[in-house]
Design a protein around this ligand. Structure first.
Ligand code: PLP
Length: 413
């Protein structure tokens, strides 16, 4: 392949990447979304905005995150593997990059309070963190069922000063929390900023979040130049829930003619099983949360229940940018099962002494699924750390040591 001129990827002015994206919202939300659409770009290119964001990313979040040459893992696989260490960001994942940027945008827009929804609680914790920092009142909507499953994160958010509103309608999970957050936004249009946690939702959210997460690939380019004397890796691997860490890790390399981009979708118990979250491989086009994209739905267009062992990937849709990259052949998306992700997490832990988030383990598992030349330079976006997943890992670990589960390459020490 030959190197092509870099062109930055932007949606059109109605928010479409090809046929995906747009803004499919109820009339009552139109004014709120339109205000954001007309104001985000000018504000985000103001010097006072970028200076303040750069300062916070550096001194508060801990950027740049290291690009770590994983020598042991490289030896094992025959590639030259680098881990982009988003797990070392404050609060334990890439999510803070986005929240810091949107909270600053909210302040510049004159908004006085922040609302957000959260499923497992990771986005809620990142949002509550930044609201504490910026002294902004913060309300987090969370399905009642999730508040019980994720008690520790509820405590974190409350300690950070956020109000957590348990939502008891519907299935009492993420989608019901989203409905409640939108209702709140409609009723408080003037002073409230709705802070979305991934590259999803109506335009301009997917573009805002992509641009804020693109710091990941921007840093990767500088770091690779230093370590390898080149700007482009041969491969970039990332996991895809809504698609924000992958969008950020891919952004600077899209269409460069050199780098192959691969996303890991959560296959759950298998892409062909009913318990899956592989929206590109198993989904079809439809509208979810204000955007036209690939999603898991039944023949009547009802969004289906999804499953993944990792809460952050357990989402029936995918950001429109990824639907488009897949359609255009600019990136590929491969399913990774629960079992494969867990095995990859144990492998990484044993070879490098890094316990990854279950989400990030899906990206590591791609090493067994992609074709690469010996010595190929592979960057894996390690989106988060595994602290939050220790219960899942420990259940599995006990199963393995009792011989109930396979322990192929696990050596007792
Ligand atoms: C939330 C989360 C994800 C999934 O979200 P994306 O928007 O797809 O990046 C992945 N990894 C970690 C550690 C997360 O917390």
């Amino acid at each position: 392949m030959t190197k092509k001129e870099k062109t930055e990827i932007n949606p059109d002015n109605r928010g479409f990447y090809g046929q995906y994206g747009g803004s499919y919202i109820p009339e009552l939300l139109w004014a709120n979304v339109e205000e954001l659409r007309t104001r985000y770009s000018p504000i985000m290119s103001e010097k006072s905005y970028t200076d303040e964001l750069d300062r916070l990313l550096r001194d508060y979040a801990g950027r740049p995150t290291p690009l770590y040459h994983a020598a042991n893992l490289s030896r094992k696989t025959g590639a030259k593997i680098y881990l982009k260490r988003e797990d070392l960001c404050h609060t334990g994942s890439h999510k803070l990059n986005n929240v810091l940027g949107q909270a600053l945008l909210a302040v510049k827009m004159g908004k006085k309070q922040i609302i957000a929804e959260t499923g497992a609680g990771q986005h809620g914790v990142a949002t509550a963190t930044v609201c504490a920092l910026m002294n902004l009142p913060c309300t987090i909507f969370m399905g009642e069922k999730d508040t019980l499953r994720q008690k520790l994160n509820v405590t974190r958010m409350e300690m950070l000063g956020a109000t957590v509103v348990p939502v008891s309608s519907g299935s009492k999970t993420l989608k019901d929390a989203t409905n409640e957050a939108i209702r709140h936004w409609i009723n408080n249009p003037d002073d409230t900023y709705y802070l979305i946690g991934s590259t999803i939702g109506p335009h301009p959210y997917p573009d805002i979040v992509t641009k804020l997460q693109s710091v990941i690939s921007r840093e990767t380019i500088t770091q690779l130049r230093e370590k390898e004397g080149r700007d482009e890796p041969d491969h970039v691997l990332a996991c895809v829930g809504g698609g924000s860490n992958a969008a950020g890790a891919f952004f600077g390399f899209i269409g460069n003619g050199i780098t192959r981009l691969t996303g890991a979708e959560a296959a759950g118990e298998g892409a062909d099983s009913k318990k899956t979250a592989a929206s590109i491989n198993k989904g079809s086009m439809g509208i979810i949360h204000g955007s036209k994209t690939m999603l898991l739905q039944n023949k009547d267009g009802q969004v289906t229940e999804t499953h993944s062992i990792s809460a952050g990937l357990d989402y029936p849709g995918i950001g429109p940018l990824h639907a488009w990259l897949s359609k255009e052949g600019l990136a590929q998306y491969l399913p990774v099962s629960d079992e494969e992700a867990i095995e990859a997490a144990f492998d990484l832990t044993e070879t490098e002494g890094i316990i990854p988030a279950l989400e990030s383990a899906h990206a590591v598992a791609l090493l067994d699924k992609i074709d690469f030349k010996p010595g190929a330079v592979i960057v894996i976006c390690l989106s988060g750390r595994g602290d939050k997943d220790m219960e899942t890992y420990s259940n599995y670990f006990e199963g393995r040591s009792r011989g109930i589960l396979p322990a192929d390459n696990h050596q007792a020490t």
